[in-house]
Design a protein around this ligand. Structure first.
Ligand code: C2E
Ligand code: MG
Ligand code: MG
Length: 279
């Protein structure tokens, strides 16, 4: 208790650590249960991705973003459970469920007036290098009958050195099936310019920190300009994430960037809301 804190601080820290361990254990137990019960507590939201058509942005598809609607916890965002799901080896099943739901949604939109709409799905590095990943991807393609070129896998470039060759192999296989690959959050944490060449990618998504800093910050501006020109010269598409203001859209218009995404256009929407607004 706080009363003994000054007299016996060792005791105090111990108690705190115990509470954290118990909370983590409970989270992991709830997650395991959710997966065991068929992943139906996981819900996929869809944030529109806009493509510039003659300078005017129009919806060309969406990014699938998972939420966990837990009966015990309420709505849990990805930052509250993806890491734990990776640690507990649950991310393969959750990721597969999201992939299947997202592919079904996209195929539905494709069949009902928008054959050009594409879906982007985030794939954890842990999921990507599992030995059944490519087979499960192939199963989703067959089960949904989605045109593979409408399915993009979003990957982050935070593979450990030993993992990179496995990741490249899985991505090559996914592309051989006709899917596309996007490098997510480029410019955050571990990104290297070399990734643009070393990884088999079709699109670069520039981290939202750059959209935020572009106004007034010449480094952020030069970064967006340089990366988009480099990508363009090797035939890689560019998407700027986290666009929140009109002014950012105008600035992006000066660079060879064809895709944008962010709250300025729309937030992640339920499947139903996305259907009402964009189908
Ligand atoms: P991400 O893939 O970079 O996704 C973009 C995140 O930025 C989303 O957060 C989205 O809601 C948020 N966002 C979009 N536009 C704006 C904007 O204009 N301003 C700001 N401030 N934020 C914006 P969310 O949904 O909380 O997801 C966070 C991260 O969790 C994702 O980042 C992705 O790395 C991971 N994630 C989400 N769904 C999945 C999934 O199904 N599988 C895996 N493995 N990871 C996922
Ligand atoms: Mg993403
Ligand atoms: Mg991103």
């Amino acid at each position: 208790s706080t009363k003994d804190k000054s007299r016996n601080s060792f005791q105090f820290y111990d108690e705190e650590a115990d509470v954290i361990v118990v909370e983590k254990q409970e989270l992991e137990d709830d997650l395991k249960k959710a997966v065991k019960h068929g992943c139906r507590e996981f819900v996929v939201y869809y944030q529109p991705i806009m493509e510039f058509v003659g300078g005017v942005p129009s919806c060309c598809g969406a990014e699938a973003l998972v939420r966990w609607e837990s009966p015990e916890r309420g709505l849990v965002m990805p930052s509250g459970f993806i890491k734990e799901a990776e640690e507990q080896n649950l991310i393969g099943d959750i990721g597969h469920y999201v992939l299947l739901e997202a592919a079904k949604s996209c195929k539905h939109w494709n069949d009902f007036g928008h054959p050009e709409y594409k879906i982007n799905v985030n794939i954890s590095p842990v999921q990507l290098v599992q030995k059944d990943f490519v087979d499960r991807l192939d199963a989703v393609l067959k089960q949904t009958a989605i045109n593979p070129k409408n399915l993009t896998l979003e990957i982050a470039d935070d593979f450990g050195p030993g993992v990179l060759p496995k990741a490249v192999k899985a991505l090559d296989a996914a592309r051989a099936l006709g899917c596309r690959v996007a490098l997510d959050n480029f410019g955050a944490a571990n990104s290297a310019l070399n990734d643009i060449k070393a990884l088999p990618i079709d699109t670069i998504k520039i981290d939202r920190a750059y959209a935020k800093d572009m106004q007034g910050d010449t480094f952020a501006q030069s970064f967006v300009k340089t990366v988009s020109e480099l990508a363009n010269s090797v035939d890689v598409d560019v998407c700027v994430e986290g666009v929140e203001e009109d002014k950012q859209v105008t600035m992006i218009g000066d660079y060879p960037i064809n895709l944008v995404q962010g709250f300025f256009f729309d937030k992640p929407l339920s499947k139903e809301e996305f259907g009402k607004k964009y189908i």
